[in-house]
Design a protein around this ligand. Sequence first.
Ligand code: NI
Length: 137
Amino acid sequence: MSKLTRFGVSLDNNLLAKFDSRIKSKNYTNRSEAIRDLIREDLIKKDWQEGKEVAGAITLIYDHHKRELVNKLMGIQHDFGDMIISAQHVHLDHSNCLEIIAVKGSSKKAQQLADTLKSVKGVKHGTLSMTSTGKDI
Ligand code: NI
């Protein structure tokens, strides 16, 4: 772990009260950890915006009975095979499938993969959760 530095922050009382109430509802035990998370969140967002190497998870919900849908989704994933770390398929019920795809690579390419998968006809919902590779935070 790198060396810790303490620093003071001046805040308006009302703003601090709102922040304390907010972090209490999120179960933080102290302000320092909440502020560290806010800083990390901002740095990760910057990495995503600048197209740096990131990690993420794509989730898709779809009806596997739709014609050609599964083949199309597989074809797209093979096209982006160099950035897919793993894919998990869950049969939610008789018709609906949940697919969770873990990715690592350029943020632009991750966004492109998620958008391409979500735009396939028959995909009911898709999300891209963006995070860091953990190296620089
Ligand atoms: Ni299934």
